[in-house]
Write a protein that binds this ligand. Structure first.
Ligand code: ADP
Ligand code: MG
Length: 397
């Protein structure tokens, strides 16, 4: 899904009013009736039609006809626009550069803030139609209006940012969260490479111990990452790991906590065995009664979430996981990491992200080489400035 930043420049404040009206209307309507858009936008009738046509032309809204009425729904593009506009008003994102990652459920861009600092923009895209589970997802999403892609993506971003804040405050190696709006998170750009791309580690035992220690410290704080794999661990040139990707984190009080904890541990053990030929008899085991040092899970829950929301997101991730597991091995790139290692040594892809580098193929079939891993910084070759002067309406978040 392409982020059309340039669009931001061309919309008038009336266009924006109409777009906002569609967003507001979609809280109660799957397809927002035209009369409701006209009523909410509160601008001249004739103008509304013109604005809608313009928004539809730019793919920010899409026309849908039901048996009862004609209406519009907000597209991902429209939602992106609204979020970016809010972020640009606050100066946390004023230009958008290269896309540096495409996860199954997010797009990652390098962006710049008003002071020219490089940041990462993570756009959450839950329930997007590009992966094979589309049918199941549609069925799932259609059943409940509140579980629409917009709602889930926003919830996922909100949850991620809440976890990042708490983790950062407690000294965990995670990116600094700077801002958040709707389904978008602005965070520190970590100048590092995913462990997946590191072909050789000088002291695998040391890194292994550090990562296991991280899993244990999280659990002692009441948390389990839930997707602790080689794609979500970034390694700086100094060798220091940074953990990313938090929407699926669960509390150690979760009913399946032990399963998630063991899966995280197993993921690292498997990866180190395959990739670095490193194996250790030492690995942490989950004990439900372990004394906690903090209760960060409780702290996060207290920061603007209700149980129902967390449960909904939880269900989504659990359901997605089950669907992926049930799909068989041909769907390798799209599976979330699991604990079923191929004992015959076939190296199937089990990470949860789509691959973004071509040298991955090579790396996974060869034993580690003696050559150091090349590290290159993602270059921002196209900076698109967001025009902050567009429109005069303020978005209330
Ligand atoms: P997803 O939920 O789709 O897996 P992630 O948060 O794991 O999304 O990000 C996907 C990829 O984008 C990561 O594997 C990493 O390469 C890159 N990335 C994400 N966040 C950052 C960051 N803060 N700094 C640098 N790279 C990042
Ligand atoms: Mg990830």
């Amino acid at each position: 899904m392409k982020l059309e930043v340039k669009t931001l420049r061309y919309l008038t404040s009336d266009d924006f009013r109409v777009l906002t009206a569609v967003e507001m209307g979609s809280k109660n309507h799957e397809i927002v009736p035209v009369h409701l858009i006209i009523q909410t936008a509160n601008i001249r009738h004739g103008n509304v039609q013109r604005c809608i046509a313009e928004l539809a032309r730019r793919n920010l809204v899409a026309k849908e006809c039901t048996s009862k009425y004609d209406g519009y729904r907000l597209t991902y593009g429209g939602y992106d626009y609204l979020a970016l506009r809010a972020l640009s008003k606050r100066g946390t994102v004023v230009s958008v550069g290269n896309q540096i990652g495409v996860g199954k459920e997010s797009d990652i861009h390098v962006v710049a803030d008003a002071d020219g600092h490089e940041r990462v923009l993570k756009i959450h895209r839950l329930g997007r139609t590009s992966f094979r589970t589309v049918k199941n997802n549609r069925d799932y999403l259609q059943g409940r209006h509140t579980a629409s892609w917009m709602y889930l993506s926003r919830l996922s971003a909100t949850k991620e940012v809440a976890f990042m804040r708490v983790l950062k405050e407690h000294g965990f190696p995670v990116p600094i969260p700077y801002d958040h709006n709707r389904h978008c998170v602005v965070m520190e750009f970590v100048d590092a490479f995913p462990l997946r791309q590191i072909t050789e580690v000088a002291q695998p035992g040391k890194l292994y111990a550090e990562l296991m220690d991280l899993i244990v410290r999280l659990a002692q704080s009441g948390l389990i990452h839930g997707d602790f794999n080689e794609f979500n661990i970034l390694i700086k040139e100094s060798g220091v790991p940074t953990l990313i990707d938090f929407p699926q984190m669960v509390s150690t009080s979760h009913a399946n906590a032990e399963f998630y904890f063991n899966r995280d541990v197993e993921c690292i053990r498997t990866y180190f065995r395959r990739r670095y030929r490193y194996e250790s008899a030492l690995y942490p085991k989950f004990t439900r009664d372990a004394t906690r040092e903090f209760s960060l899970d409780v702290k996060v829950s207290a920061s603007g979430f209700n149980r129902k929301q967390l449960k909904e997101l939880d269900e989504y991730y659990a359901e997605r996981g089950e669907i992926a597991e049930g799909e068989g091995s041909e769907d390798e790139d799209e599976e979330s990491s699991d604990d079923q290692e191929e004992e015959d040594g076939t190296e199937s892809e089990t990470g949860s992200e789509e691959q973004t580098t071509s040298d991955d193929e090579e790396g996974k079939t060869k034993p580690p080489t003696a050559t150091p891993t090349t590290m290159s910084v993602p270059l921002v070759d196209e900076l698109v400035t967001i025009d902050k002067a567009v429109g005069a309406l303020t978005i209330s978040d």
